[in-house]
Write a protein that binds this ligand. Structure first.
Ligand SMILES: Cc1ncc(COP(=O)(O)O)c(C=O)c1O
Length: 398
């Protein structure tokens, strides 16, 4: 793009981070047999019974707009599912089905944030939250997490960043990109802090079904005093491998949800009917598929961290989602450069933590979105690139 065309863009358009991913995608296109551990898009297929429900919906006239909030049986199934997992009680007019959880972030930000308001976001964290707040003209306040707390949020970290302008706190649990879990007792402390400072909490629980070992996710909205100030955001992309169906949802107290649903209607009218029927089958059908996928990610997680241990690369203990966040700077290169070299020399794609707002350029996120043999192959390629880099570091400059 020339300078004259970019100056026509609105000031809210930020180009700064997008190019890192775009650049890597461009390099990958020139290479054969790249092991893609970048995007958070499961390689696993949507389970058959869900696909079948989508096909049946198409055959039976599911080709129209639906109710703006989503078809009633789906909203009922979402409410039942939230309750079954220890979440709050929601009526079906307190749930909005959206074209993906990501879309929901923008609806929520546009409905709740005025210019001057501040939104606290975990950092590193899923960056569209910050983009949504900026688009609404609000200020993003990053709450920086470190390896000291295994990259999980604590109430104390958040407290330090609260100002009279703070309005929303985003909690992503398990977190992307770090794959870490904020434990239930800390979630309770965070909830009490939100009440003390009258914050609205966006509780992103999209990875809540994917946790490992004895980890447990405490839904925020069911804690005392939290239902009225929490928007629960989730979706089907991760637990049911349904990224391409573009369907998610948010739930919250009626007085907040109704205005948000109007904005959602203005942007999308309704979610594709076919995806809604498939999502209904996902929630009401056999849940073994979720457990099967969780077990697959768990095996991949163990295979990957074994490789990091062999290479002497430290990582945050992965407790949920399907990511491992590793300190690749021990190789001697900043993470962004390491990722570029790993791609061009090792044909393995992973993403630098900077994409997720990490202030350091030390960490990279590896997605567990390939089979164990491919992950093992990726580790071997990584070892070879790390070896080359370490050799170079020893060579004195000419
Ligand atoms: C933390 C988190 N929330 C929400 C989403 C949005 O997912 P989708 O729009 O596919 O529902 C993602 C996607 O990667 C995510 O990582």
């Amino acid at each position: 793009m020339t300078e004259s065309t970019t100056t026509r863009l609105a000031q809210r358009v930020k180009l700064k981070d997008a190019h890192l991913v775009t650049k890597m995608a461009e390099i990958a296109e020139t290479l054969d047999d790249v092991i893609k551990l970048g995007r958070g898009d499961p390689d696993l297929a949507t389970p058959d019974h869900i696909i079948k429900a989508g096909q049946d919906a198409l055959a039976n006239g599911g080709t129209h707009y639906t109710h703006a909030l989503g078809i009633a049986p789906l909203r009922q199934a979402i409410a039942d599912n939230i309750r079954a997992h220890g979440g709050a009680d929601y009526a079906i007019d307190e749930i909005v089905v959206t074209p993906g959880g990501q879309h929901a972030m923008f609806m929520i930000a546009l409905a709740l944030l005025d210019p001057g308001d501040e939104m606290l976001v975990p950092c590193p964290g899923y960056n569209p939250y910050a983009q949504a707040a900026e688009m609404a003209g609000a200020q993003v306040v990053q709450v920086q997490m470190t390896m000291e707390t295994n990259f999980t949020l604590t109430a104390e970290m958040i407290r330090e960043k609260i100002t009279p302008k703070s309005k929303i706190l985003v909690l992503i649990n398990p977190n992307n990109p770090t794959g870490t879990v904020t434990p239930p007792d800390e979630v309770e402390r965070i909830a009490r802090l939100a009440i003390e400072h009258d914050l609205i909490v966006i509780s992103d629980e999209i990875y809540a079904r994917l946790v490992y070992g004895n980890q447990r996710i405490q839904p925020v909205a069911s804690l005392p005093g939290m239902r009225e100030r929490t928007i629960t955001l989730s979706g089907f992309s991760k637990a049911y491998a349904m990224t391409g169906w573009r369907i998610g949802y948010f739930a919250g107290p009626r007085e907040l949800i109704l205005p948000m649903s109007e904005i959602n209607h203005a942007f999308a009218i309704s979610v594709a009917a076919v995806s809604q029927h498939a999502a209904l089958a996902a929630l009401t059908g056999d849940q073994d598929c979720v457990e099967d996928m969780r077990r697959i990610y768990d095996e991949r997680r163990l295979a990957l961290i074994k490789g990091f241990q062999e290479m002497g690369i430290p990582y945050a203990e992965p407790q949920g989602a399907f990511y491992v966040y590793a300190d690749v700077s021990v190789t001697g290169l900043p993470a962004s450069l390491f990722c570029e070299r790993l791609l061009s020399e090792g044909r393995v794609m992973i993403y630098p933590g900077r994409i997720y707002g990490d202030h350091t350029d030390d960490y990279a996120r590896v997605s567990l979105t390939q089979s164990v043999p491919r992950i093992r192959e990726a580790i071997e390629r990584m070892k070879s690139v790390v070896h080359t880099i370490r050799q170079e570091q020893k060579v004195p400059a000419a």
